[in-house]
Design a protein around this ligand. Structure first.
Ligand SMILES: *[C@@H]1O[C@H](CO)[C@@H](O)[C@H](O)[C@H]1NC(C)=O
Ligand SMILES: *[C@@H]1O[C@H](CO)[C@@H](O)[C@H](O)[C@H]1NC(C)=O
Length: 408
């Protein structure tokens, strides 16, 4: 198949794309032409196959031989919103697919994500960098009405906010999310597998979410949330806080106790020496470069998957340990997700309708307590952007209070 113009541009080292070829892609890809050909055709055509060419979809994701010619590729690009706004066509500006669903296996998906650029493309006026919200759920999203309000409420028209984020939902396999086209959750379910609390399958799901979100080039920050999470600030604030941060928000604690160092599996040595063992919480926020690292990690993750079994919990140790080993300077060492462990036990406190009041929400949003956190080296009052866990019964109270207290 003759490669489209896109591929030709990508293979030269023209100024426009040198940032991508020179720095971001692994050196081991000695055949960039083939690589770009697969990327450009695969990702541009996959969505158009899904939505335009129903008959051809049976050829599945890797059915390259039956791909339509470059004309169709360009048509797909031209119909993207950026073309309407008279922006110059860039070969890398592949439109995000309209559905998060696909036919890739986990292996194919992680492979594809592993050589995604580690930085988002240079900003284009019509496409601001996006925050990808990764919902790790069992299925139903009882707080969806609150999130929908959060996603749509960016001050301006509903449309303008839609460009600041994307949504990916991991559910129990077989569960079907059913949201109308007007909802930000519409068609955002990804192919999912069963997860078991405290087991590596949970981190498998997190990597699956990350890998899916990496395929959209405009996603720059990746935040893991659950169905019991709520946002504590308006979308514009959350977006600015994350995209302007020099650090990724991952809790990192060097805990010498029984629930820290005590969980170190000897089998991890020598790759992960005991001195590098760290503990954190599951709810991460990652910059694109760290997200690519996690999706591509064939060095540490397989070892953790094998060795870190209860009472070692992969979801509490893998990211803090490995990211501190690899990229300590890019971590804030704290989380942006508030959670209350004060009631003790293996699970944090869960809040229902009776717990949710004005003062409680004000405290979480940082309006009452002047607790300070470091942000880009400066003390700030906003420490948390999200909070958990909230029971479905708290929804009405939250909807009632959120416009005044949380600003959306
Ligand atoms: C996935 O592949 C099957 C056949 O293998 C096909 O029927 C289906 O339409 C494909 N789905 C997507 C989303 O591509
Ligand atoms: C987080 O901890 C690492 C050491 O583990 C350190 O290098 C880094 O500067 C810390 N981050 C911040 C924002 O202080």
């Amino acid at each position: 198949m003759p490669p489209g113009g896109a591929v030709v541009v990508g293979s030269s080292n023209g100024k426009d794309c040198s940032y991508a070829t020179a720095r971001s892609f692994p050196v081991k890809l000695s055949r960039p032409l083939l690589f770009f050909a697969v990327l450009a055709t695969g990702f541009l055509v996959a969505p158009s196959l899904l939505f335009l060419g129903g008959g051809r979809a049976a050829s599945s994701y890797y059915g390259l031989p039956s791909l339509p010619g470059p004309g169709v590729l360009l048509a797909a690009v031209r119909s993207a919103p950026c073309a309407e706004e008279k922006e110059v066509y860039r070969w890398w500006a592949r439109p995000p697919s309209k559905s998060a669903w696909h036919n890739m296996s986990d292996e194919e998906l992680l492979w594809a994500a592993s050589f995604e650029p580690r930085t988002a493309p240079p900003p284009r006026p019509s496409t601001p960098r996006k925050v990808a919200f990764l919902f790790l759920t069992r299925g139903p999203l009882p707080l969806a009405p609150l999130w929908e309000r959060f996603f749509d409420g960016t001050g301006g028209t509903a449309g303008s906010g839609r460009k600041l984020f994307s949504v990916y939902v991991h559910t129990t396999p077989g569960y079907r999310l059913d949201f109308p086209p007007s909802s930000p959750f519409h068609r955002r379910q990804i192919p999912s597998k069963a997860t078991e609390w405290g087991m590596p399958s949970v981190v498998d799901a997190e990597r699956r979410l990350l890998a899916n979100a990496l395929l959209d080039l405009d996603n720059e920050r990746f935040v893991l949330v659950s169905e019991s999470c709520i946002p504590l600030h308006p979308l514009a604030t959350v977006h600015a806080y994350l995209t302007r941060s020099a650090h990724s928000f991952v809790t990192v604690v060097d805990d010498p106790g029984r629930d820290g160092l005590g969980r170190y599996p000897d089998g991890l040595a020598p790759e992960v020496p005991v001195s590098r063992w760290r503990k954190g919480t599951q709810w991460f926020e990652l910059h694109r470069s760290l997200a690519v690292f996690v999706a591509a990690d064939g060095r540490y993750y397989p070892r953790f998957r094998e060795e870190c079994l209860p009472r070692c919990y992969v979801d509490e140790h893998y990211l803090p340990t490995v990211l501190t080993m690899e990229e300590p300077g890019s971590l804030a060492n704290r989380s942006v997700t508030w959670v209350d462990w004060s009631r003790g036990g293996a699970h944090p406190a869960r809040f229902g309708a009776r717990d949710v009041g004005e003062e409680f929400l004000e405290r979480l949003a940082g309006k009452k307590e002047k607790e300070r956190c470091m942000y880009n080296g400066q003390p700030v009052e906003v420490c948390f952007l999200f909070a958990r866990k909230f029971a479905p019964g708290a929804l009405q109270k939250l909807l009632q209070l959120s416009p005044r207290i949380l600003g959306y």
